[in-house]
Write a protein that binds this ligand. Structure first.
Ligand code: ADP
Ligand code: MG
Length: 421
């Protein structure tokens, strides 16, 4: 690419206004700029987008970015457009564009103005787009949320599996960049295999979140009172409470409201207007608590969420890590409290029983890890990090004491007995 002489810090400042790279960003960017296949594993909020955006902005041609959600792509394109005065520097290509808009995108690519082209994987398979892109200068392909490739990931999308094949049709030797916040060795293996990158430069950041406190409590029939009490003890702080069902979301939000807590529900059953109003209320701090299904959270960047409560145990450790990861983004306190009863595990198993056998087996294996997490009497942080293939010293590691099992080693047995009442 002949970009080795470029001062990355200067470009970072110029395009993004930041004076320092975060974590491994500089190393990742250098690898991409050199044209290497690159694999990036960084926790949510680690700054993965910039890892491909900056190289795209300073490279010849267009970088194709595959991302699973149209909303996420739109956010990113808006953000890029706001930092670059050049019109057309980033585009989304999807089925909602009319012919004139598509032609505009195409001409911006042809003219070398469009540096970042965001596409959903299913759009990329379109003959017309493939034929067009074949004749363009493509800097690289970035596959964001690359865990969508793997059935072992928490958000499997079959269309992601065709990416390698499509890219081959677009051109030879186009570097691939995979990015994910899913750190399990199994998912990583799947990603590399599916993207066909055998000798990727791999960059993996630590997943330890030393400011998060992990706690599991037994789930009894007093769960709503327990949660209400917790929220009242944390009066005025922002928090998210996850429930499995929409019905429970509505009920619990109401219980909290009745108890004088500023809470709103959020789930996919609410109309888009209400959802975005509730989300804004949370971001603007008109309310303190969002009671939500997992529909809430993707792309939410509120730095001072002080607690994340799970009314129902999640279906995998990864989901738990993602969902609790929304707490304490600013480095301040973040209390992660999960209520656990084995009955919920049985319920989740039952939900899966209608699914294909392979899916059930995976689901079951993931759930068993959740059981092990909930029932463990050792450091929860160590457990989570071990799950992600990372060593952690539960005595000297950063954040080692931020854990109910470490602070109060006996509590677990009592907790288990309670739960089985
Ligand atoms: P990820 O995709 O890894 O979850 P994002 O790319 O969404 O993370 O970035 C998370 C936040 O970090 C964003 O608000 C982004 O602006 C910010 N960020 C990224 N790089 C830097 C940097 N070098 N300095 C300061 N903030 C950064
Ligand atoms: Mg991201």
């Amino acid at each position: 690419m002949g970009l080795t002489e470029i001062d990355l810090h200067k470009e970072l400042k110029r395009y993004f206004g930041f004076s320092q790279f975060k974590g491994l960003q500089e190393e990742v960017i250098t690898s991409i700029v050199k044209g290497n296949d690159t694999f990036v594993v960084m926790p949510t909020g680690g700054g993965k987008s910039l890892c491909y955006q900056l190289p795209a902005l300073i490279s010849d041609g267009t970088a194709i970015v595959v991302s699973p959600l149209i909303a996420l792509m739109k956010n990113q394109v808006d953000a890029i457009r706001s930092i670059s005065s050049e019109h057309g520097v980033a585009h989304v290509l999807n089925s909602s564009l009319n012919k004139t808009e598509v032609n505009q995108v195409k001409s911006d690519i042809q003219n070398g103005i469009c540096k970042l082209l965001y596409v959903a994987p299913e759009s990329l398979t379109k003959e017309d787009y493939v034929d067009f892109l074949k004749n363009q200068t493509i800097a690289f392909l970035a596959v964001d949320e690359a865990h969508c490739i793997s059935e072992w990931g928490h958000d499997f999308r079959p269309e992601y599996r065709n990416l390698r094949h499509i890219l081959k049709r677009i051109g030879d030797n186009i570097p691939i960049i995979g990015l994910t916040a899913t750190a399990t060795p199994k998912v990583q293996e799947d990603i590399l295999k599916n993207l066909g990158i055998t000798d990727a430069k791999t960059f993996k950041a630590s997943f330890n979140r030393p400011n998060l406190y992990y706690e599991v409590r037994p789930k009894t029939k007093n769960i709503e009172a327990d949660i209400t009490r917790f929220v009242k003890q944390n009066d005025g702080k922002s928090g998210i409470i996850y429930c499995l069902s929409r019905k429970k979301v509505e009920e619990l939000a109401q219980t909290l409201q009745v108890n004088g807590i500023k809470a709103v529900p959020y789930h996919a059953g609410l109309d888009a207007k209400t959802r975005s109003r509730h989300q804004d209320m949370f971001l603007m701090e008109d309310i303190d608590v969002v009671v939500a299904t997992i529909a809430f959270g993707m792309g939410i960047d509120k730095p001072d969420v002080r607690f994340v409560i799970h009314h129902d145990i999640p279906k995998s450790i990864e989901s738990y890590y993602q969902e609790t990861g929304r707490a304490g983004r600013d480095g301040g306190e973040g209390h992660c409290l999960a209520f656990y009863s084995y009955k919920d595990i049985e319920k989740l198993e039952k939900f899966m029983s209608g699914k294909p056998v392979a899916e059930q087996e995976i689901g079951h294996a993931l759930l068993q890890e959740v059981v092990a997490y909930a029932e463990t009497s050792v450091s929860r942080r160590k457990f989570i990090l071990h799950y992600f293939g990372e060593e952690f010293d539960s005595e000297t590691g950063e954040g080692a004491s931020m854990d109910d099992n470490v602070r109060n080693p006996k509590k677990q047995h009592e907790a288990k007995d309670d739960a089985e009442l």
